[in-house]
Design a protein around this ligand. Structure first.
Ligand code: SF4
Ligand code: SF4
Length: 303
């Protein structure tokens, strides 16, 4: 039979475990924020069950996964948003702060707490289909909601962010998902009611050569969205692995030696080769739908 001290200790154990888990969550948050990301959110792995089929859940990548830590970081600087030359807002990756910091988070969990951790795969392995959706991870970790603009997940404070995630067998207290949609902003609802388009839809209208369309319901929430991803990719992601492969095929099939020489020395091929060589693929070259978005604009107002 257990003595009184053992009974008291057993009763206090859940509180101790909860306090330990909370302390670790706080420590991971401090670590990530201190290393340069703007936001951190934590979701239980079970949240994916309602949104993705078996094969795309955290447990399918890391057996026994209990939690997903998601970090987000701003892309273009405030100054880049302001430049009158819109080409200068181009973003290069894959060594964003979110990717660097998520490695720190994974290492900390393994080395300090003794639980398994893995950086969620961020690169597409089949066309444009990633093995793990960072957008869904951001939503499930309470960091944002999807928008009319290319389905981009908007954070209520910063707007557009770049996300990375760490899957772990460590059980951590979860953050709630956002109760309120970030998009459409009230100003966008007014613009839509007056002219039938939100600002982002007007910047890139699907019926006039662009990619976006959508409707707002009587409750002022998103009722339907349309996003022409293929058209967007052809404008927003032109330089990198895909463009290198495309150009190589064209060059290899070109019989005319002079034309082949021109293709090899063209700006297009030079930039594509540069993106490969420095592993700095240009991941985004068009921000026009985000440029007109009011979410996060206050954060870009600097001296
Ligand atoms: S990124 Fe550019 S092309 Fe793509 S939806 Fe936004 S404005 Fe349109
Ligand atoms: S401009 Fe921004 S907030 Fe407004 S509808 Fe488009 S994505 Fe949503």
């Amino acid at each position: 039979m257990a003595n009184l001290a053992e009974l008291v200790a057993a009763a206090a154990a859940p509180d101790r475990d909860a306090a330990l888990a909370q302390g670790r969550a706080d420590e991971l948050r401090r670590l990530a924020l201190g290393a340069g990301v703007d936001v951190v959110g934590i979701a239980p792995a079970s949240r994916w069950d309602d949104f993705v089929p078996p094969g795309a859940r955290p447990y399918d990548i890391l057996p026994g996964a209990k939690s997903v830590v998601v970090v987000g970081v701003r892309g273009p600087s405030a100054g880049a948003w302001l430049s009158p030359d819109h080409r200068l807002i181009e973003m290069n990756g894959y060594d964003f702060a979110n990717d660097r910091v998520i490695h720190l988070v994974a290492d900390h969990i393994e080395h300090e707490y003794g639980y398994q951790a893995i950086q969620a795969p961020g690169l597409p392995v089949g066309g444009h289909q990633p093995a793990f959706s960072m957008m869904l991870a951001a939503v499930l970790a309470g960091l944002g909601t999807r928008s009319f603009a290319a389905n981009i997940v908007l954070n209520p404070q910063y707007g557009l962010l770049y996300y990375s995630a760490c899957l772990t067998t460590l059980e951590l207290p979860a953050d709630p998902m956002l109760a309120q949609d970030v998009c459409p902003h009230p100003m966008c609802v007014q613009v839509y009611k007056a002219g039938g388009r939100t600002p982002c839809q007007a910047a890139c209208p699907s019926d006039d050569g662009g990619c976006l369309h959508g409707t707002i319901g009587p409750d002022n929430r998103i009722a339907s969205t349309y996003y022409d991803r293929e058209r967007c990719v052809s404008r927003a992601m032109n330089f990198g692995i895909n463009s290198f492969q495309k150009a190589m095929e064209q060059i290899a099939n070109e019989d005319d030696a002079e034309r082949r020489r021109m293709m090899i020395h063209s700006d297009f091929f030079t930039r594509s080769a540069s993106a490969i060589a420095f592993y700095k693929e240009s991941v985004a070259q068009c921000f026009e739908c985000m440029r007109v978005c009011p979410i996060g604009r206050a954060e870009r107002k600097l001296k």
